[in-house]
Design a protein around this ligand. Structure first.
Ligand code: ADP
Length: 406
């Protein structure tokens, strides 16, 4: 605005002093235009002066910030290896021929390819940094002759994919066996054997048992997928564990299972409620008590204890007097379909999914599962559940037998 006022005064000056109206108008237009065009120019210059562009970062620092191994290669030699690459391949790789640095035949062949050709498809490398480690190697050639070698860890993805494939194969196999048996008996019954009422009765029982086995399996599969779907939703209902244990004992009594009368309950009624999903916790305890009833010797007690330990956790233990579990099997018991003795598990009506379900439920509750077993003596499975608030008083029991946390 000040510039325009000066322009108007200038034009008036020309008119008054020189008595030339045309010159006065020209002066006014030129001065106002200059004022108007000048303003943004000034603003642009100021904007450019502001130090808004940060300095270019050093390439070492940028590569160092990447969590996956990255190598910068010039004329076949490693010029920079970021921290992850040094941890994986060793700090000595800097300066080395990149084919020696990675030490993998397929990688060496790909790295020998000329610029532009090496970058084709990502390459899978097995065994770099560890026997079962899997990496995806990606190569990018820069226009100024550098080569960036990026290793992406695929070990976890590969293991998850293998687990999924194994799971589908196992589940199909588990379902196919009883189905084949049912179909076989139906075929036999449709022949002349079906005329004999005794054989018909026997076959009917077998078919019923096999169908029940399929039903248990399908129910467990559905449970597993439901629990997995809720994995990240923290349960938020108050569950009184003492009350829940009593309820389960009553339910087991109602089933008429002769082992139900061997259940001994030893609960501390003052244990505060935990945050939980009552239906899921009931399922987990049913599975643990069910296993103790199945695998414990007939007539021996199945003891269920509940107490509060010094670390501010609720502890539930289920103890049986059975043959026990050989220690090498213990770490794998929570894998789906893992059984110590598949024949025995099937005869006893097991699906091989019980402990996998327990593990997922306890994980969702941010709890812990411990399995301790002594051959010939029996097994104790302990579940630890955090209270909403840490508690300081209570009773603590140390388990002296070998144990594994799962
Ligand atoms: P299953 O339906 O076969 O019982 P689980 O997942 O519940 O499947 O248990 C996996 C395996 O762990 C069982 O097949 C059995 O070999 C072993 N197991 C589980 N609980 C006990 C126990 N209390 N005593 C001995 N072995 C057990």
């Amino acid at each position: 605005m000040a510039a325009i006022a000066v322009a108007v005064l200038g034009a008036l000056g020309v008119l008054v002093l020189l008595h030339q109206p045309l010159a006065a108008v020209a002066t006014l237009v030129a001065a106002v235009s200059a004022a108007l065009l000048g303003a943004p120019t000034v603003r642009r210059i100021r904007a450019a002066d502001t130090p808004s562009t940060p300095p270019t970062p050093r390439i070492d620092d940028v590569l160092e910030a990447i969590v996956e191994p990255v190598l910068l290669v010039a004329q076949g030699r490693v010029t920079i290896a970021n921290r992850a690459a040094r941890q994986l391949l060793g700090a000595h790789v800097v300066g080395q021929d990149v084919r020696l640095a990675i030490r993998h035949p397929a990688a060496a062949e790909r790295l020998a390819a000329p610029a532009g050709e090496a970058a084709a498809e990502p390459l899978t490398l097995v065994g770099v940094g560890g026997l079962d480690q899997r990496w995806e190697m990606r190569i990018t050639d820069t226009p100024d002759g550098y080569r960036v070698v990026h290793l992406i860890d695929q070990t976890g993805n590969y293991a998850a994919e293998r687990m999924r494939v194994d799971f589908v194969a196992n589940a199909s196999h588990e379902l196919r066996t009883p189905l084949a048996s049912i179909l076989g008996f139906i075929e036999t019954l449709s022949d002349e054997a079906g005329d004999d009422p005794m054989i018909r009765g026997q076959f009917l029982k077998v078919r019923f048992d096999e169908a029940r086995r399929m039903q248990r399996l399908v129910e467990d599969l559905i449970s597993l997928s439901r629990i997995e779907a809720e994995k990240y939703r923290l349960p938020d209902r108050a569950v009184d564990l003492a009350d829940l244990i009593e309820e389960i004992r009553a339910e087991l009594n109602d089933t008429g299972d002769p082992r139900a009368c061997d259940i001994v309950i030893d609960v501390d009624m003052s244990v505060p409620a935990v945050n939980g999903d009552r239906v899921q916790l009931s399922q987990a305890l049913h599975n643990l008590i069910g296993n103790a009833m199945k695998y414990g010797r007939a007539g021996t007690p199945v003891t269920v204890r509940l107490w509060q330990d010094l670390s501010g956790m609720a502890r539930i233990s289920v103890e049986d007097e059975g043959d026990g579990i050989p220690p090498e099997h213990i770490p794998r018991l929570t894998e789906r379909f893992y059984r110590v003795d598949a024949g025995r598990s099937r005869t006893l009506g097991g699906t091989g999914l019980g402990l996998a379900i327990v593990k997922h439920i306890i994980e969702r509750h941010r709890g812990r599962l411990d399995i301790a077993s002594t051959l010939g003596r029996g097994t104790t499975v302990t579940v630890l559940m955090p209270f909403a608030e840490p508690l300081s008083s209570g009773r603590n029991e140390s388990v002296t037998r070998p144990r594994v946390s799962l």
